[in-house]
Unconditional design. Sequence first.
Length: 107
Amino acid sequence: MFAIPMIIFGVFHFMGADNMAEMVPIPGGVFWIYFTGLALIAAGVSIIIRKKDRLACFLLAVMLLIFAFALHFPGTLDGDQNSTTAFLKDIALAGGALAYGSMAARD
């Protein structure tokens, strides 16, 4: 149940790359959208097939925390409710990835 949304989020990165690229705070916007989309899909698949899932969960958590603080936290500080929701979602998902990786993953 945790892996399927990661795969869907990854697919969404490929479907909406041009729109998402505007949010990327570093050069190479569309490249980073595709890269993170592929990483989300890879993490989801790794968890489903239970191969290298501990590493995938750790890397997924790091990526989600980067998303939370680099993309959503500034808006959270400004009081934007959508940014706050996205920030909390990414923090929660990162916590879930770390919990799965530390308790259920096989590697």
